[in-house]
Design a protein around this ligand. Sequence first.
Ligand SMILES: Nc1nc2c(c(=O)[nH]1)N[C@H]1C(S)=C(S)[C@@H](COP(=O)(O)O)O[C@H]1N2
Ligand SMILES: [Mo]
Length: 314
Amino acid sequence: MPAYCPPHIPASEITPKNLYLSRRSFVGGAAAAGFAFAGTGQAFASPLAGKPSDYKVDEKLTPKEAVTTYNNFYEFGVNKEDPSQNAGSFKPTPWSIKVDGLVGKPKEFGLDELMKMSLEDRTYRMRCVEGWSMVIPWIGFPLSAILDQVEPQGSAKYVSFETVVRPEEMPGQKGFFQPLPWPYVEGLRLDEARNPLTILAVGLYGETLPNQNGAPIRLVVPWKYGFKSIKSIVKISLVEKQPQTTWKNSNAREYGFYSNVNPAVDHPRWSQATEQRIGEGGLFGSNRHPTLPFNGYADQVASLYAGMDLKANY
Ligand SMILES: Nc1nc2c(c(=O)[nH]1)N[C@H]1C(S)=C(S)[C@@H](COP(=O)(O)O)O[C@H]1N2
Ligand SMILES: [Mo]
């Protein structure tokens, strides 16, 4: 395993160029004092306030520069710096999310309405399957707030999510190399979706969500690997059967449906025992932390998986 973690594309597609660029962008991004936002200022509109909440990890925040320049958002390219560099012409407004499927009251939520939900500050530890982590001050509201409004039927067991498809605004969705099939899709079990930790985020660091972080609205599921936290959501469906998920579809051996952070279950290509905290100590410095079961949220979520074999259900 390399000292840094490769993008989660199949090993056969990892080129030295990918790895070199990922490494270079991180060093550059973290080192640049007074870093200026190239082309992506638009989404950093008005200050956004959430009310204080108890959901606050007591750890040093990852600098905003790292949170907004070291990203995975393959719709804008596969390298860490691609989303911040290529998302400048993405238009996060107007926007709406259609919620349908096995519900009593299907509904399309406009962005204005979503921004008026009861917003809270939530500082969460986030852990990417690649082996890095961040501590991010999100602003958002529990996903359960909108699930309650649409009244899921008894037959609804899962929730599926879909990202927008806009090749004209998302360079990773057009051209010769398409790293993933679109739309990006994800899913949760209904009880996971209703857990109070699960939020739809509309901001971070007191600002509306930058495009590269999933503007205008994205999922945040802090006890699971980052890829479950799907960005720029346009559709949420309540369904009976376990939904399709992008990374499992592209490589089922490496990515499962549950994807709970689990230091005891290694990724087939690397250990998951520790993680590199982005923005701390430099790439090869003393910034490794032990990875915690359920990313440190075991008290709140371990009971959801009572009786399940978490090695088989990775
Ligand atoms: N639509 C979409 N959502 C996505 C991704 C993506 O490529 N496309 N990447 C995922 C991965 S792998 C991670 S680690 C997180 C990263 O979120 P961040 O860039 O805001 O830290 O977004 C997730 N959501
Ligand atoms: Mo990730």
